[in-house]
Design a protein around this ligand. Sequence first.
Ligand SMILES: [Zn+2]
Ligand SMILES: [Zn+2]
Length: 182
Amino acid sequence: MSPVHSQPDRRSPLVFEVHELGRRAGACKRIDTTVPAPADLGIEVIGVPQDSDIELDLMLQSVSEGVLASGTATVQLHGQCARCLDDIEDEETFDVQELFFYPGREMEEDESLVIDETIDLEEVLRDAVVLELPFTPLCSQDCLGLCPECGVNRNLDPDHGHGEKIDPRWDKLSELTGDTPN
Ligand SMILES: [Zn+2]
Ligand SMILES: [Zn+2]
């Protein structure tokens, strides 16, 4: 039992024990597990649904200053195509790398810490995923989008069109031949 200081939330599925690394530089621990996604992991147009599966494949390595976590997180993405407004359901793998420092030295504001022999991957995951998400997600790179005239989804009807525009000169002609209002 370690004494309690600023106790991390051990119920969080993203908090991992690192005490078995024993501060022996070079010691390693593999994390290969599936955890439920935390809330608000995303931006307005695309994100990871809460409680959907996140597959973590990480190596925790003891280095002299702390614990280096590196590997990948594979997440489910749910969003909306910026062109055709269709749903996007996707799976994507993001690189994760973070050094968690042992406490007891002068810290920078945004450094991650080993707290009570645990590391909390939530913020790290947030940075790895959210910062990489596209502000204009597309269902596919060559999405045809919506018809600007009638709004039909052109991916479903690639030959969609509204015929040739009438040459404006014909408008003049029809004015001349038509009844002139007077
Ligand atoms: Zn689209
Ligand atoms: Zn149209």
